[in-house]
Ligand binder design. Structure first.
Ligand code: COA
Length: 207
């Protein structure tokens, strides 16, 4: 998705995030993510990297912000960096809409899989991901909050459609598994932005 999606039945639409959106995003960042909230500068750095990163907002028909999400795609692997819906807007399908938009963008960027990490105690998000076709890959022990909370790693495969110039599935040789690696570690900028513990974010964002 390079431009806005058409509004759904309730008038909600998803479109790329702009710097101007940060005035609306920042007041809700703490509310949505608590100790894992990002700074405004962190978002500015993210939005500047349009080559690998892709940020979107969901907004209501009256343009009020409903949620945000972000994706990093390196090679054939896309990684969900963040997804959040304002508390008052939850359980209305906005999270699902954002997630589907990220998966569509990963497909557009020719990724073959979408990966994510989610707190082991975040059952709402895990249910959303499972409902959208993510399966559990494993666990990263002590990933959040200075080693106190584990992360569940999840994966969503992306089947390439013949229209993208790929051979039809049945004619393909066995496709190699992409390397299982953390895309953000490959960043030349050296900053790690995935939702993590406060201390980890401070390290990466406030050198
Ligand atoms: C996780 C989050 C993004 C879900 O957003 P949402 O807009 O409420 O989700 P949706 O309404 O699209 O829900 C889609 C499905 O996800 C599951 N789900 C979402 N919230 C749930 C909850 N609180 N409890 C159980 N299942 C839930 C359900 O299967 C739901 O389908 P249903 O409503 O038909 O039952 C939202 O709760 C949030 O922003 N949480 C705080 C930030 C966060 O934890 N982000 C994820 C970081 S990995």
């Amino acid at each position: 998705m390079t431009s806005a999606t058409p509004p759904d039945a309730s008038g909600v639409r998803v479109r790329p995030m702009r710097v101007a959106d940060l005035d609306a995003v920042m007041p809700f960042e703490q509310q949505m993510f608590g100790p894992e909230a990002w700074s405004r500068q962190g978002y500015l750095d993210e939005l500047a990297d349009t080559e690998l990163r892709y940020y979107i907002v969901a907004e209501a028909a009256d343009h009020h912000l409903l949620g945000t999400a972000g994706l990093l795609t390196i090679g054939e692997t896309a990684q969900i960096l963040t997804i959040g819906v304002l508390p008052a807007a939850r359980r209305n399908g906005v999270g699902r809409l954002l997630l589907r938009a990220l998966i569509a963008e990963a497909r557009r960027r020719r990724a073959t899989e979408v990966l994510l990490e989610v707190r082991e105690d975040n059952h709402a998000a895990q249910r959303l991901y499972a409902a959208e076709g993510f399966t559990v890959l494993g666990k990263r022990r002590g990933y959040y909050e200075q080693g106190r909370v584990d992360a569940i790693t999840m994966r969503h495969p992306i089947q390439r459609h013949p229209i993208q110039g790929q051979q039809p599935q049945r004619q393909q040789p066995q496709r190699q598994q992409p390397q299982r690696q953390q895309p953000q570690r490959q960043q030349p900028q050296g900053h790690q932005v995935q939702r993590q513990s406060q201390s980890q974010n401070q390290e990466s964002r406030q050198p």
